[in-house]
Design a protein. Structure first.
Lengths: 676, 219
């Protein structure tokens, strides 16, 4: 079993260097590095599944000479679950990358891309398994830096560079808070090891506990992209190559969820009620705002990045409920909420990975990410279209796909708040549940827009006309994820059995398997409802068959007639007369105008008379309140302070020396004054 | 010889060292400055030797000899050669005039005695009176680096700081392990070579070795 773990690590190490053995811009470099990544991903899937099925943790320890303690990895089922998510998505994404990276051949250094790609995956794996705060921070930083280099891979584009800088700033602010959280725990427990943190959790003072919680919330919230700490996410994720975007959105932001859970259900002991409330508030804010902004986006990858914020919100809803239940000593309900959150982690990895890969395919063959320039792709790229549709249905929480299952579990967890979850929750839990329902409906609207405008209708640009179906490896990469979206749903009862163990361990209780799932059914606590993805899938399949068959039976063979569209008597219909993405989202822009604050500008040009119009320009914008009201003033403040600080930077070497000199003298005087 | 004699000898050498430090600071000619530095280093070598002798730490003789060879002979020689090659003006250019820098220097000696005198928070192995002396030597070096205009004076200031640190090491711990000492001497020599090279490069780039000209590098 551990052989597969060693194989995974070794293959990633080899893969990182493999590209350099060949011509660094060549097909061979591409194949070497990405096929090794595929193999590593497969090894990781086998390894983590073995751990999950046997439930026995595996420990690997390296005695180092550093004073911070040994380098210790423990792969317990909780870690293994994240290893599985990372390995599985990297398996599919690497397969996709073989075809996708051909785009960069002869233009960019593919070996370098592979190098950072492998480091990135390896660092994520280390982050979710290492058991020492010092090494955790090291790997966390490694993961951030590797992903930074992947974001700025196309560094000739100014927007990639500026997005990279923003990402670097935000991630370091986050890391500073994480380091503070760990150091507070270190001061208390006297050791960097996670075991010591857990051991000392019971004796933490309330003030320290609250401080650690807040630092962890801000630090991991930044990485996870929780609103209002999300601003880097919609900028940075779209700039990376698509298979990397899939990994960043699919699993990198989940490492923050992993670590946050380690803090909440390990290092911090008994939580306070307000923690759960804060997490729930941030979660619902991220869910709603994330999807509302996704709706208004017309750039495919930015849209998906905003939707990642929404899904992190859904995961945090589960975690928030679990915290609330923990405060009121309802470990079973808490465990159920955690199961919902964890299941959404892997489900989101599958369908968001799929959607990013689908977008990568579109970008690869149509060379544009703007929805308004696409259209009619379903005829040119049927495979991509089917896969993308699967992902879109899953993320819109349509049964029988996996998105529905975990959102259903989250609903149930929220509705459990009726019973004994403290004052206020009987009111808030149905409100949160209905807001989650609203978010689901908005997500569906959003992805109807994406699929309808991009894949249906007529091509809106020359790029879309030229689009061709992508190569086999890319189809396979997407296909695996599309099948897994269905598979995770049909196998939900089996998945819940594994998750029940993990969540039970975290919540500190034993969740009997038969209380959450029986045969093909999922059961919510209190037996309030039952759901079977398999049965729903069969019913839907039967309905589909009936719908397909019925017209044939009634109308016989004369069913399909092809003819021209009705053009109102005006000949020459063009693709510009189609519904646009902006037009599609207009009703929602009006409904939520208090939030979007939309502005529009129409410019008309004519030759002296309004009947002689020569040109017409239309521009519509929405505002992002967090950017406008929080980050813009903050950036202005920092820049102003820097201008002030610049005054001491004269460029005179003597002056710089005298700063040191004066500091030294003052310190000496201080020390001398103290000791006498 | 009695311990008392040794103690007064060391005291005497310490006073001479302080005087030599002042001499470096007040010299208005670069040449005099370098000679003063050579004297300073010579006294340092003597102190090291006396410490070695009186405390019976034979290995300290080697740093003493190295100080004598390198800092008293080789480095001043290198400096004279740089001056000749550069053909720069012989006067030391300073932001503050010499009487004022003398005043500052006196103040710095007071500070170092106030802060570190009588083994306040540094606990030396022996010869506690050398701690403030070493600190004031470091201060003098920094004063030189901050107030002088020419890059060559900055290099001299750095070497003076190094002398102060060396004195500190000798009196705090009777010297570091020999290997470390050798390494430091080698570093100092290389540093002088490199800085000499830089001085040439600075002259080529800015047509002068006035460190002020480097303000144009500012972004």
């Amino acid at each position: 079993m551990e052989l597969f773990f060693y194989a995974q690590v070794l293959l990633h190490c080899l893969g990182g260097g493999a590209g350099f053995l060949f011509d660094q811009q060549s097909e061979s470099a591409n194949r070497a590095t990405h096929f090794l990544a595929v193999a590593a991903g497969a090894a990781g899937v086998v390894f983590s599944l073995a751990i999950l099925l046997t439930g026995k943790p595996w420990i690997f320890e390296l005695q180092g000479s550093l004073p911070v303690g040994p380098l210790r990895f423990v792969i317990d089922p909780f870690s293994a679950f994240f290893v599985l998510t990372i390995s599985f998505l990297s398996f599919a994404a690497s397969l996709f990358a073989v075809g996708y990276t051909r785009e960069y051949q002869r233009k960019k250094n593919i070996a370098l891309l592979g190098f950072f790609y492998h480091i990135f995956i390896l660092a994520m794996l280390a982050v979710v398994t290492v058991q020492n705060a010092f090494y955790f921070l090291f790997f966390w930083e490694l993961m951030s830096l590797a992903s930074y280099f992947l974001v700025v891979f196309e560094h000739e584009k100014p927007e990639a560079r500026s997005a990279g800088t923003l990402y670097l700033i935000m991630t370091h602010i986050g890391t500073a808070f994480i380091a503070a959280a760990f150091l507070l725990l270190y001061v208390h427990s006297g050791s960097f090891s996670f075991d010591a943190f857990r051991f000392a959790a019971a004796t933490l003072s309330p003030a320290v506990k609250n401080a650690v919680f807040l630092a962890a919330l801000i630090g991991f919230g930044t990485k996870a992209g929780v609103i209002p700490l999300h601003i880097w996410l919609p900028q940075a994720h779209p700039q990376a190559p698509s298979h990397v975007s899939a990994l960043m959105s699919g699993v990198m932001i989940k490492t923050a969820i992993y670590a946050f859970l380690r803090f909440l259900f390990g290092f911090l002991g008994e939580p306070f009620a307000w923690w759960g409330h804060v997490v729930l508030a941030l979660a619902i804010l991220s869910t709603l705002l994330g999807i509302l902004y996704a709706l208004m986006e017309n750039d495919l990858k930015r849209l998906l990045a905003f939707s990642s914020i929404e899904n992190i919100g859904i995961i945090l809803l589960g975690i928030g409920m679990a915290l609330v239940f923990r405060v009121f000593h309802q470990p079973f309900n808490g465990g159920f909420a955690l199961m919902a959150a964890l299941f959404h982690v892997i489900n989101h990895a599958a369908f968001k990975g799929l959607l990013f890969l689908g977008t990568g395919s579109v970008l690869h063959s149509a060379h544009t990410r703007q929805i308004e320039n696409l259209g009619g792709l379903i005829r040119k790229m049927p495979w991509t279209a089917v896969c993308f549709l699967t992902g879109a249905m899953a993320i819109s929480a349509l049964p029988p796909l996996n998105g529905f299952v975990s959102e259903w579990l989250t609903f149930m967890a929220l509705l459990l708040g009726f019973h004994g979850a403290g004052a206020g929750m009987p009111f808030f839990s149905p409100v949160l549940a209905s807001l989650l329902g609203l978010a689901g409906a908005l997500a569906a609207t959003c992805f109807i827009k994406v699929f309808g405008i991009s894949f249906l209708g007529k091509p809106r640009s020359e790029h879309a006309v030229q689009a061709r179906e992508v190569s086999g490896s890319m189809k396979l990469g997407m296909g695996i994820l599309a099948v897994s979206c269905l598979g995770l749903s049909l196998a939900a009862p089996q998945a819940l059995k594994i998750l029940a163990k993990i969540a039970g361990t975290l919540a500190g209780t034993d969740i009997p398997v038969e209380t959450v799932t029986q045969r093909i059914f999922l059961i919510s606590p209190l037996n309030s409802s039952l759901f079977s993805p398999l049965a729903v899938a069969l019913v839907l399949l039967a309905l589909l068959a009936v719908i397909m068959a019925l017209p044939r039976i009634i109308f016989g063979k004369k069913l399909v007639r092809t003819g021209p569209s009705w053009d109102c008597g005006m000949p020459a219909l063009s693709s510009r007369m189609q519904y646009t993405a902006t037009g599609f989202s207009k009703p929602l822009r009006r409904i939520f105008s208090f939030l979007y604050q939309p502005t529009r500008r129409v410019e008309l040009e004519d030759e002296g008379h309004e009947m002689l119009r020569t040109a017409q320009r239309f521009e519509a914008r929405i505002t992002h309140p967090v950017d406008e009201w929080v980050y813009r003033p903050l950036a202005a403040l920092v820049s102003e302070l820097s201008q002030k600080a610049k005054r001491i930077q004269t460029g005179h070497i003597q002056l710089y020396l005298s700063y040191i000199f004066i500091t030294l003298i003052l310190l000496l005087l201080f020390l001398g004054g103290h000791s006498s | 010889m009695s311990a008392e004699f040794m103690a007064s000898l060391i005291h005497f050498l310490g006073m001479m060292l302080l005087i030599a430090s002042f001499w470096i600071l007040v010299s208005s000619q670069i040449g005099a400055c370098i000679r003063a530095y050579a004297t300073h280093s010579f006294l340092l070598a003597l102190i090291t030797a006396v410490v070695a002798w009186s405390q019976h730490i034979e290995h300290l003789i080697i740093p003493a000899l190295l100080t004598l060879a390198l800092k008293t002979i080789v480095i001043p020689h290198v400096f004279f050669r740089i001056i000749r090659r550069l053909g720069i003006r012989k006067e030391v250019e300073s932001y503050i005039n010499i009487p004022f820098s003398l005043l500052l220097a006196v103040l710095l000696v007071f500070i170092s005695f106030y802060a570190t005198g009588e083994g306040r928070f540094l606990k030396p192995a022996a010869f506690g009176e050398f701690i403030p002396l070493a600190i004031s030597t470091v201060f003098f070096g920094m004063l030189m680096m901050t107030t002088r205009k020419k890059a060559i004076s900055q290099v001299l200031g750095l070497l003076l700081i190094e002398n102060g640190l060396f004195l500190m090491a000798i009196t705090m711990t009777f010297g570091m392990p020999l290997l470390v000492e050798m390494g430091i001497f080698f570093d100092v020599l290389i540093a002088v070579m490199i800085m000499g090279l830089f001085v040439f490069k600075i002259r080529d780039a800015f047509e002068g070795i006035d460190a002020d000209d480097m303000t144009v590098l500012k972004g």
